[in-house]
Design a protein around this ligand. Sequence first.
Ligand code: AMP
Length: 417
Amino acid sequence: MPEFQTSPGMRDILPPESGRWRRFVGIFSDAVTAAGYGQIIPPLLEDVGVFHRVGEATDVVTKEMYDFVDKGDRHIALRPEQTASVCRAFVQHSPATPWKVWYAGPNFRYERPQRGRFRQFDQVGIEVLGVEDPYVDIEVIALAWDFLAKLGLLQISLHLNSLGEPSDRERYMQALKDYFSNNLEHLSQASQATLTKNPLRVLDSKRPEDQQIIDGAPRISQFYSAEAKAHFDTVQVGLRELGIAFVINEKLVRGLDYYRHTTFEFVGGTMDSAQNALGGGGRYDGLVEALGGPATAGVGFAIGLDRTLLACDDEGVFLPVPDDVSVFVVDITGGRQAMLITHELRSAGISADRAYQGRSIKSQMKSADRSGAVLAIIIGSDEVDSSTAIIRPLRSDQEQYTVSRKDLLPTITKALS
Ligand code: AMP
């Protein structure tokens, strides 16, 4: 075994898998850019306080953060998610609203690594700041839904809930606290500890021993104000009008504390229940304020790349494909011709590769085959002397043919079109 390997829960993404990652982000960015979202690239590191404000009672913040004191004595953390960074940026730069942004990139959480759960994982996501309109909730959900469909995923269900207005949520929290406190002996140790911090988050427990007591808990829908109900009704009607199927899941409180009104999760049909959420999000009308900004509505989602690609593998869709080149140059005169021709082709926007170190024609032809190229250009000393080149089609029965060197580029361009 080599001396150095990736740390637990961290992976090298190699070709062709890395090409699939790039296409994933490309499809996502095309879709959200076309809907008026601009890209934000926040730093990987933030003041640890940014995340503490966000989720004081969450495992993500209390147990799983990669935080440390830097050489300037600042307590900082590798971001465990990006919504907090987006809100911090909003407070810092005061952009005009609605502020519609998208992001892509890695996050870090010190979790127990397993299938679909890593310590470094990538997310794509969007956030809309400054609009309370329920039609934004619908837009955000629809963009995520259409994106997952574009990947070809069929076994996805959308779970939907509303946490109501902050005051509804307060009353609900009190009712939950009373209920769980009266049933304390039936709760796992971990959930008893969670209860003292945030009773809502007990509903998030995936521990089997908690399930019966959770199933009997009061339901948030019993606590909605008229306004909260109207907001949620609009979201549901809109999703139905767009043909987006959903199930109401009143246990869906999401991991972080700042959600209000709509919450949602996209659940994959092929994975273990502890890792089957491919993405999720919701409305977090209190977060910007918690970070020192003006009262600002917010809604967004994050989709996990690693886990969504596992779901793609399971469903046999959006599979990795090698990044083939179009042309492979075989030069048996030492390599200078290959240098000139690949440069000419690449400058004209034609993907081209070559062999090195003056290999035999047989070995170069093998590399040409492996490259996935459609055409090989073959240069021997005869071709150099007569200023010609041989073009050999690699993916058809067509015979090879010779062209003059000056006609090479137009002939290749035509052959590939
Ligand atoms: P969250 O930010 O916790 O709401 O997670 C949103 C999405 O990010 C999840 O649905 C997963 O797809 C992905 N995700 C979160 N944590 C991890 C992890 N440790 N490993 C891989 N993916 C993750």
